[in-house]
Every structure is written in structure tokens, then in C-alpha cells.
Unconditional design. Structure first.
Ligand SMILES: [Fe+2]
Length: 388
């Protein structure tokens, strides 16, 4: 970042997208890339709204030459970025997911969506290999990108972390992550609407929600997705083993393990994420809800494994210490066995000038006493808290 509107990227011949070259509601005249050279949106994609136009002006680079599907697909590979700041990578992946789901929604046929989503999935796997704790922290605290795509990225990260713990094969996990990224493709606009809506669902919204697993399955199939596990997990991601899910009311073993995991991660992230009209649920309350209720819908052993993997204080939890400091949990386990913390405020609630990193196992006064009742806004960026 930091480039001006007319700056040329010297790594290749791409230039910044300029004012007047794009407009909401109009198709792009060229492929658009981000600063690292990854394909964001393809030629012909219709810019959805003013917000997306502004983001492309800020972050987009254009190329006069059109890419072949193979080259474009390679450019969409997010793996090369993993190893830097995970919070930046997550933001880039979110923007890229918005692009590819938009292409599917507009029935674009330029670059195979299956390949592009799989590459996002592989980047998510690499991110979990690289820094699982920071990825979990982002799932709880990163709120500055559009909800539908952020929710999908974070749900996919949660699925990968739990599925790894269950020793599911990497390719099986990739199919499940791909499903997590794309399962709500039929209702992204409605999701964005609902996150702002305090009132109960109306009949039209209710019908759209009931229909979205099957509709999403059809859209993905139509866009060339051929992975049977991915497609099955999409159509089943709201089924419950007690038969009370939708769209088919499948029961027990009929509901695939991957679909149950995705359903669980989806519900957990929705619970802990704030809305414009309410704060997110406290992590301990969300985990209790999984233990008591949601376990009956997805299977108690899976629910227990999910809770075990996240721990009582997963990264991103806001906690109060025995010495009354306020802190963010940044790692599940430090060298002394307890969570690692970034303290953000003293016992009087006054913010520190910089985060103070502590090992909760080092002294009694650093022990976690409770979750903080009201997270509120944080005085530091996630990069600063996690020292990136
Ligand atoms: Fe869904």
C-alpha cells in the first residue's frame, strides 16, 4: 500500500486503477490485481457497489493484457503470501473471496471458480500451519471487512483447525474449506442485510434462508464445481443429526462429518461476532451453548473436540487478570503452559501506550480471572497485539 493513484508498480507493467476508469454497475475492462500480483477480479466483472469501487481504487492494479485462464488461475494462488502478516493475508483472502463469489453470482465463466476457491482454501491451510493462534485471533476480533466474506473466511479457518486436530486428510479438509468459503454464495446480499437487522426475519428472508443450501449447490455446480464432497457439504451445512435441519431434514449418519463441522463452525462464528445492534456473545457462553445444545445437532464428540481445540480462552478472548489488568489472549499456550497475553489496560482501565506481553503462567497476578464483560474497541491493531 502507500502507492498513489498514478504510481506504476515497477515489479511488472501494472498501474493503479484510476478515478473514472471504473464505475459501480459497470463491467471491468481488464483484470484487476492487488499489490502482490494476485488476481482480485476478472475482466467483465460488474462492480457491485460504490464501496467496492472505492476499495478497488485504493487497492487495485490493472493490466492492459488479458490473462489466459491458466495464468489467471496461477495468479490467484494465495500461498506465496503466507509467511508475512497473517492479518493482512486474511484481509486479502477476504477481498479475493468477494471477487470470486461475485463472479459465480454473475454467472461469469472467465476463470474456473473451483480452482480459485481451492487456491484460497490452500492459502487458509498454509495460514493455519504458519500461525494458527493469530488466525483464531482474527476469527474473534477482525471486524473490518464485509461480513459475508469475513464470516466465510473465518469459518473456513475454524474448520481447518478442528479438522487438523481430528487428523482428517489434507485433501478432505480442502474440500470442506472450499465448501465453507462458498456455502452461502446464494445469500451473500441477504447476509449483509441481516447483520444490520434487529427485527425478526420476514417471510421472504425465511424462504431465502431455507433455500440457500440447495440454491448454492446448484450455483456452484453451474459454475463448474465438480468435487462431490465439497458439493455435498454445501447442500448439507444446515442439516442436523436430530433431523431438525434443512433443506432435507437428514438424520444421523446421513449428515456428513464435514457438513456437521462446517455447521458447527458457522454457528460458533455467528454467535461470537457482533452485529450493528448487539455485541458478539462472550466466547465462554458460545462454547457452553455448543456443549449443551449444539452438540445434539452435530454430535457430542465433534462438539467436544471443537471446544478442546479452541480452549477455554481461545486467542482473541478479552480477559481480566488477577491483578485487574485487561488483556487479549494471543496464544493458547506459552512456555509455562498457560495462555499468552497482550495486556492493553491497567487495573484502572487506563490504556497502555503499547501492549505489554505476559505469560499467564509466570506469576499468580497474571492468571486469568475472568472474561472481560464488555470487549469494546481495542486501542491497538491486531498486528500490534500479535507483534507482526
Ligand atoms: Fe448457510
Amino acid at each position: 500500500m502507500g502507492a498513489t493513484d498514478d504510481q506504476t508498480d515497477h515489479q511488472d507493467d501494472r498501474t493503479r486503477v484510476r478515478q473514472g476508469e471504473i464505475a459501480a454497475g459497470r463491467p471491468l475492462l481488464w483484470d484487476v490485481y492487488d499489490d502482490s500480483g494476485q488476481l482480485l477480479l476478472s475482466k467483465g466483472y460488474i462492480v457491485v457497489n460504490e464501496r467496492q469501487r472505492r476499495r478497488l481504487l485504493k487497492e487495485g492494479l490493472r493490466s492492459a493484457a488479458s490473462l489466459s485462464p491458466e495464468a489467471g488461475s496461477a495468479a490467484a494462488d494465495g500461498l506465496s503470501e503466507v509467511g508475512g502478516n497473517p492479518f493482512v493475508t486474511i484481509e486479502q483472502l477476504t477481498l479475493r473471496l468477494e471477487g470470486v463469489l461475485g463472479t459465480i453470482r454473475q454467472q461469469g465463466v472467465d476463470i474456473a471458480p473451483q480452482q480459485r476457491i481451492r487456491k484460497l482454501g490452500r492459502a487458509i491451510q498454509a495460514l493455519c500451519d504458519y500461525d494458527a493462534d493469530a488466525s483464531l485471533g482474527a476469527a474473534h476480533l477482525k471486524h473490518d471487512t464485509p461480513y459475508p466474506f469475513r464470516h466465510s473466511i473465518h469459518t473456513a479457518l475454524l474448520c481447518e483447525q478442528v479438522a487438523r486436530r481430528l487428523n482428517w486428510p489434507r485433501l478432505t479438509r480442502l474440500s470442506i474449506i472450499s465448501a465453507a468459503l462458498s456455502c452461502n454464495v446464494a445469500m451473500t446480499e441477504l447476509q449483509a442485510e441481516l447483520v444490520e437487522q434487529a427485527e425478526p426475519l420476514n417471510d421472504v428472508q425465511w424462504d431465502a434462508i431455507q433455500a440457500h443450501p440447495r440454491r448454492g449447490y446448484e450455483m456452484l455446480l453451474g459454475a463448474g464445481v465438480s468435487d462431490p464432497l465439497w458439493l455435498q457439504v454445501v447442500i448439507q451445512h444446515h442439516e442436523c443429526i436430530n433431523g431438525r435441519g434443512y433443506p432435507a431434514g437428514a438424520k444421523g449418519e446421513e449428515v456428513l462429518p464435514g457438513a456437521r463441522l462446517l455447521g458447527l463452525a458457522d454457528r460458533y462464528h455467528a454467535m461470537v461476532t457482533g452485529r450493528s445492534y448487539r455485541n458478539g456473545m462472550l466466547v465462554k457462553n458460545a462454547l457452553r451453548r455448543i456443549f449443551l445444545d449444539i452438540g445434539q445437532e452435530v454430535g457430542s464428540s465433534l462438539a467436544q473436540m471443537f471446544i478442546k481445540e479452541l480452549g477455554i480462552y481461545p486467542p482473541g478472548s478479552i480477559v481480566q487478570l488477577a491483578n485487574s489488568e485487561k488483556a487479549v489472549v494471543i496464544r493458547r499456550k506459552g512456555e509455562l503452559g498457560g495462555p499468552m497475553l497482550a495486556c492493553i489496560a491497567n487495573s484502572k482501565g487506563e490504556h497502555y501506550a503499547r501492549p505489554r506481553h505476559r505469560d499467564s503462567g509466570e506469576k499468580e497476578q497474571f492468571a486469568i480471572k475472568d472474561v472481560h464483560p464488555s470487549p469494546g474497541s481495542l486501542p491497538f491493531s491486531l498486528s500490534r497485539l500479535w507483534s507482526y
